[in-house]
Design a protein around this ligand. Structure first.
Ligand code: B16
Ligand code: MG
Length: 217
């Protein structure tokens, strides 16, 4: 029985990946190389500092710890500046209606994101009030694909992992959900999210009834 739904943020609730990409690309350009959109795909669901490590290895560059922290901080300032453009209309199609269905059915709602900016972003798009708990990059010590982020969410909502559904757009996030023993709904492409229990393109044509029908443990 579904007792709680745990949502990833970037790529599930709102499309912030394009802003992460612009800010990471500028960081790479400052260091003298370029970052392709395809390379940016590898960074989905991955923490800020781990993303930086991946980008530096793509560029074949080594930096001091101090320089890394400085550049990551600068990237975040730029990212937040870009996020200022967002309004509640940027919430991905169907998400709000889906969360309202969950509320009516008394199903718990939690966030499971790698982002340290999760709260600011949810406030910006006026979605914070739906969430009973936020597990974000400020709380987790082991990033996705480790199950910690979703385990903490289930514990906060006092539900068993087997009664939880996770919505994720990243391969690492789906792996994290499966490692936590939860039902994983991939948001995106079946060919990419191979480990998800089901994959849907988004919430536009997907409601609670559809989920209940497909839910198995
Ligand atoms: P921040 P999610 C992840 O969020 C993003 O997908 C990933 O690209 C980003 O690097 C990470 O958050 C950390 O974000 O720099 O804001 O702390 O998909 O897990 O909601
Ligand atoms: Mg994501």
């Amino acid at each position: 029985e579904i007792k709680a739904c745990l949502f990833d943020l970037d790529g599930v609730i709102v499309d912030t990946a394009r802003f992460h990409y612009i800010a990471w690309k500028e960081l790479a350009n400052d260091l003298g190389f370029d970052l392709s959109e395809e390379q940016n795909e590898q960074l989905k669901g991955i923490s800020r500092m781990e993303s930086l490590e991946i980008i530096l290895s793509l560029g074949g560059i080594t930096l001091s710890e101090e320089d890394k922290l400085e550049r990551a901080a600068k990237k975040n300032v730029r990212y937040l500046e870009l996020c200022q453009q967002m309004t509640p209309d940027d919430t991905l199609p169907g998400v709000r209606a889906f969360l309202e269905e969950l509320e009516k059915a008394s199903i718990g709602i939690g966030l499971g994101s790698a982002s340290k900016n999760a709260k600011v972003i949810l406030e910006r798009i006026d979605m914070l009030s739906y969430f009973e708990t936020l597990v974000d990059g400020n709380r987790v010590t082991k990033g996705k694909p480790d199950p910690q982020v979703f385990n903490l969410g289930a514990a906060d909502l006092q539900v068993n992992p087997a009664d939880c559904v996770v919505f994720e757009d990243a391969v690492a996030g789906v792996q994290s959900a499966k490692a936590a023993g939860m039902f994983a709904v991939g948001i995106g492409d079946r060919a990419v999210l191979t480990e998800a229990d089901i994959v849907v393109p988004g919430f536009a044509n997907f409601g609670l009834e559809d989920l209940q029908q497909q839910f198995k443990q």
